[in-house]
Design a protein around this ligand. Structure first.
Ligand SMILES: [Zn+2]
Length: 276
């Protein structure tokens, strides 16, 4: 009977929906007046200025409510500027939490993002000044998403780069059908930016050297999979061989996503006609 009770309890624990109370949220200092707001597995960039608070990416509605309630732990200035790094729903939902903010997105972003209409559109590059902070926005071109903006904050020299790369962390699953050569081009574009601290939307804060390592990972992955496919190996062969390569075994999500990275790369190389 006792054993049965425990089993039912365990099943119930798995069946419980994830609620707002379960979300893991905190404001993490990065450098100077720059912070990351962690909401489960996603991060917003927060820049505190004398004129107001700049936020990059709303994530979702509950995250906005929490941030508005907790922003007073670091500043008395509300969110006056909301920048969208790109339009993917897992980063770009819930912007209505900041109804008075200037809403900034790339010219290629949708007319309205989760019901919020951008009030300012930027092109290839744009420099925004808020209080004593300079915020440089640079479009990274197409790849993971075509309306991607990298954000560099000065004087802290922090770059917020979303989804294209993250310090010592594998790219997400199978690249979602993206043009991976364009994606590599986005990393190359980010490498041209002048910054010291790499603040990502997923994973841990790093340095610019971590962006260079992310580029090397992509190039290694592409070269390894392409060589295998050209020598007649199947995707399954590639997966069993390349998961043995432990060069990146200490990176986040290696166990979970290495096989998917290989499969995604193999499919991309085949469908883009690079194998034959
Ligand atoms: Zn994305």
């Amino acid at each position: 009977m006792k054993r049965l009770t425990m089993t039912v309890a365990a099943l119930m624990a798995f069946a419980l929906p994830v609620t707002a109370q379960d979300a893991k949220r905190e404001i993490i200092p990065v450098a100077g007046d720059v912070y990351l707001f962690k909401n489960n597995f996603h991060r917003s960039l927060i820049v505190v200025t004398s004129e107001g608070t700049v936020r990059v990416d709303p994530i979702n509605a509950d995250a906005g409510v929490w941030l508005n309630d907790n922003l007073n732990t670091i500043t008395d200035k509300p969110v006056t500027h909301l920048i969208y790094s790109h339009s993917h729903g897992d980063h770009a939902s819930g912007g209505a939490a900041h109804p008075d903010a200037e809403v900034i997105a790339h010219v290629g972003a949708p007319d309205e993002i989760d019901g919020v209409e951008p009030t300012m559109r930027v092109g290839d590059s744009h420099t925004l000044t808020v209080g004593s902070k300079t915020i440089e926005l640079t479009n990274l071109g197409s790849g993971h998403d075509a309306n991607m903006l990298a954000v560099v904050v000065r004087p802290e020299n922090v770059a917020f780069i979303v989804d294209v790369a993250a310090p010592k962390r594998l790219p997400y699953k199978n690249f979602g059908g993206a043009n991976i050569d364009d994606w590599i081009g986005q990393i190359a574009k980010a490498q041209t930016l002048d910054f010291e601290i790499f603040a990502p939307a997923h994973g841990n804060v790093g340095t610019k050297a971590d962006l260079d390592d992310a580029m090397t990972y992509m190039q290694d992955l592409k070269a390894g999979v392409l060589a295998g496919l050209k020598s007649g190996k199947s995707t399954d062969d590639m997966v069993s061989e390349l998961t043995q390569d432990t060069t990146y075994a200490d990176w986040q999500q290696f166990e979970a996503w290495r096989s998917l990275n290989i499969q995604g790369m193999a499919k991309y190389l085949q469908t883009s006609g690079q194998v034959n």
